[in-house]
Write a protein that binds this ligand. Sequence first.
Ligand SMILES: [Zn+2]
Length: 340
Amino acid sequence: MKDSIFNTMKALNGFVSPSAHEREELEYVKKEIAPFVGEDNICFDKMGNLIAVLGKGKGEKVMFSAHSDTLGFVAYFIDDKGFVKVSPLGGINTQTLRGRQIRFTNGVNGLLFFETGDLNMRTAYVDIGAASKEEAEKLISLGMAASVVGEVFRMGGDCDPRIVSPFLDDRIAVAIQIEAIKKLSECRNELKNEVYFVFSVQEELGIRGATTAAFGIEPVYGVAIDVTGAADTPKCDPMNMKVGEGACIKYMDGSVICSPKMTEFMNSVAEKAGIKHQTEILLYGGTDAAAIQRSRAGAYAGGISIATRYIHSPTEEASLADCVSCVELIVALCKEGFSF
Ligand SMILES: [Zn+2]
């Protein structure tokens, strides 16, 4: 399964999908999951969320959600010399951006630089190799989005191989949901709930996609799959999450305190199934879990997370073994059935 997750990440790396520009990537995901859930059980909603359902009519609804958008930029001004000003889509760490290659959704490449040392995005500009404003306007148009370009690669030894990507957040969860769908389709008769897998949009701008998806689906239970900050680098502030220590069961982040019944259920299922897991208490950030929890009259919400180093940089690092644990946990929860 590690190879399969890695290969999905390689394939997704070919798409430029910052917030609100996820469609091409999601059409690819749709093709990947269609043989396992059936064309009739997949749809796009008006926001652009891709929604797949397994076990229709089986019982109370469960919604898993992994966001498909990445961090990015949007072009808002072109100067007389043909340089492009861009504004961030999401909370990009500007310290890692100077000199980066970026790519617009139409495939045009650019180089991101800053005029000053303070790395404020207002002083950033993109050189797209144009000699004038007119030439630049032939290459890109205002409102066009872009994201950084970077490789997906493996790192480390065989016992706990790492995956590095500019967009583990949150494509690694997209890959995890695809694997979970494949596994669950083999045992769909054992499902005790109607299980929705949402590949949500615009999470990085404030969990916008999951908000409408949850309203439409009206789940009783909701689980966000996302990356979480690993606190295991030299001299970092202590938190419990570490790369390689298993699937993170979320208790809280900056946007949500998970339903105690949900964390209890996840822990007991992980213990029973012998799935490596760790406690996640993230002191910042936000996930789709918050949107699901507060949708309509509320839902029991939780999260399964992947401990990740260097989040929101172009080199995010996680353990492939942890990703497998996350798939196993999703499958085990669905087989056990959400009922509390
Ligand atoms: Zn995320």
